[in-house]
Design a protein around this ligand. Structure first.
Ligand code: GDP
Length: 443
């Protein structure tokens, strides 16, 4: 148990009917008593109490106690449910600070203590942070699965299998061939290869997990002035992108997050693609092309009133793009698509009148759903997971070719350590800092 007691507002900031202030640490009960909570409530039962400091009433609060170790952090925890106004919280925080028994928590400190007290593993801690941050239903479901231990169970299962296999590899170091059962090495190698196959397969789903968590990346591309910013504004119903009549205004990449059919989508507006006029614009075009190659989906915008498609734009169109012809309101007749472009037939829209934008949204939603559906199992959700899984896979790939059993054992050890890093079982100080850095105060 950590030495000091911490406190923080655990509910959202701003005015609300109720605000929850949480305390954790050895002095939680004493602090409640200092605030006039007498008698202390029975554990896990809500009691209404007057909260006082210097003999003056601060508010009336519902008070809950969760004694160690049966609490979120594993320490003595108390919750004060007060009225959610800024002055109430100011007065309560002064009163808590005034007891000299507690200090304000650092971001993520409650969850970090829970981790340190063995209440959850690192993937569950990440899942909890994701759950609080989730904006879409798919993000919520993914986060909840991770918080519930889907990833931890998988990785701990793999670790347990590897520990057994390690025993077989070490047996070859400790015993002579005659003392060992026939075929032990082949069997061990086959088991290691099978496990490596499972890790490889699991790694294939990493892009899906990361895309659900951080947003499915769609990049919007086209020549300057075709209406890219107008389309993004229209789709996002906001003025994130600058709409302007001067060619080449959107020089950097602008991103908006949309919720399409329950999935988070990151839509990036990019500099117009053309043989650039100046250095900054050339950099913008370079970034646009870079985005195009990283994106999960390209939305290419053509100008319906311009029969010529610039060569550099044509070069970005591949079979899996969505291509639209914008500004159809400027045409006197129905829009006629140009000859097939890599199998993508542009469809007509007008950012000005809104024509075709429903179709565009439906097409984008379908593409996202097709790519991310079937994502119910255990999915890695972070670069951190992917890197460690890759390390484990690579190390296991060397076992069969190791010249000595000692070297094979070292490869297995590297893989064990890599898997252990994900759940937080091994040498992880720097990992801890990355995981908890992204939490906010009160979690
Ligand atoms: P971007 O450079 O591709 O991002 O293009 P913008 O969105 O900045 O638009 C360039 C110009 O075209 C602006 O004057 C827009 O008002 C205009 N524009 C955009 N979409 C349409 C459209 O559907 N119809 C018409 N008539 N003008 C449009």
């Amino acid at each position: 148990m950590s030495g000091d007691t911490i406190y923080a507002l655990s509910s959202g900031a701003g005015q609300a009917g109720v605000a929850v202030v949480r305390l954790s640490g050895p002095d939680a009960d004493a602090l409640l008593a200092d605030l006039g909570v007498d008698p202390l409530p029975v554990p896990r039962r809500a009691d209404l109490h007057r909260i006082v400091a210097d003999g003056k009433l601060i508010d009336r609060a519902i008070v809950l106690r969760f004694p160690a170790p049966g609490s979120f952090t594993g320490e003595d925890v108390a919750e004060l449910h007060v009225h959610g106004g800024p002055a109430v919280l100011d007065a309560l925080f002064s009163a808590i600070g005034g007891t000299g028994r507690a200090r304000l928590a650092e971001p993520g400190e409650f969850t970090r203590r829970a981790f340190e007290n063995g209440k959850l593993d690192l993937t569950a801690a990440e899942g909890l942070a994701d759950l609080v941050a989730a904006q879409t239903d798919a993000q919520r479901r993914l986060a909840l699965r991770q918080y519930d231990g889907t990833l931890a169970d998988l990785y701990e299962g793999w670790r347990a299998r590897l520990v057994e296999l390690m025993g077989c590899v070490e047996a070859e170091i400790d015993f002579s061939d005659e003392e060992l059962p026939d075929g032990l090495r082949d069997e061990t190698n086959a088991n290691i290869a099978a496990l490596r196959g499972e890790i490889t397969e699991h790694l294939r789903s990493a892009a899906r997990g990361e895309r659900i968590r951080t947003g499915f990346p769609i990049v919007i591309l086209g020549a300057p002035n075709v209406g890219k910013s107008s389309i993004i504004n229209n789709l996002s119903n906001s003025d994130v992108a600058i709409v302007s009549e001067t060619a080449g205004t959107t020089r950097d990449v602008i991103e908006v997050q949309l919720n399409l059919g329950g999935f988070a989508v990151t839509l990036s507006d990019t500099a117009g693609i053309r043989a650039a006029a100046d250095g900054i614009e050339a950099e913008g075009v370079r970034r646009a092309e870079q985005r195009a190659s990283d994106a999960a989906l390209r939305l290419v915008v053509l100008d319906a009133s311009e029969p010529e498609i610039p060569e550099r734009v044509r070069g970005l169109i591949t079979g899996d793009c969505i291509v639209v012809a914008n500004k159809t309101d400027l045409l006197n007749a129905a829009y006629v698509p140009p000859v097939e472009l890599e199998g993508c037939s542009p469809f007509p829209i007008s950012a000005a009148t809104g024509e075709g934008l429903d179709t565009l949204l439906a097409r984008l939603s379908d593409a996202v759903r097709n790519s991310l559906a079937d994502s119910e199992g255990a999915l890695p959700t972070r670069r951190r997971h992917r890197d460690s899984l890759t390390d484990a896979r690579d190390a296991l790939g060397h076992v069969a070719d190791a010249a000595f059993p000692e070297l094979a054992a070292e490869d297995v050890r590297v893989a064990l350590r890599a898997l252990g890093r994900i759940t937080g079982r091994v040498d992880i100080d720097e990992v801890l800092d990355t995981v908890f850095r992204d939490f906010c105060i009160g979690k």
